[in-house]
Design a protein around this ligand. Sequence first.
Ligand code: FES
Length: 129
Amino acid sequence: MTGETDSDAPVMRGNRRALCHIDEVGEAGKGFTLRRIFKDKPDAVMPVFLIPDGADIHCYMNMCPHQGITLEMKPDTFLDVERELIQCSTHGAKFRKNDGYCTKGPCVGRSLTKLPVMIDDDGMVLFGA
Ligand code: FES
């Protein structure tokens, strides 16, 4: 995992957390371990990842609905070799980029948990609603 993992304090822009610049997201995605997400659980972490989709970007919790484990085989690699679908490295489930719906594998019909992100005028990817 990369990104905020090494940072102690989240960088905020208004009420949203700055994850990285859009140019830092590779074609196969970028993973983060978010800390200090829950006020009542300061030590809890939330693994998430970003997936580029044309001019858009999507964010999902990094947890396969099949067995609840992280998806990537190696850091910042969340897509299949065709770069068309998100792929779980454990049993090969495939998910659509735009909504996280599983189209192939042991959890067909289930979905990744989508999280709100936006890109601001400076190209920063901001996490939060
Ligand atoms: S854990 Fe993801 S497909 Fe089995």
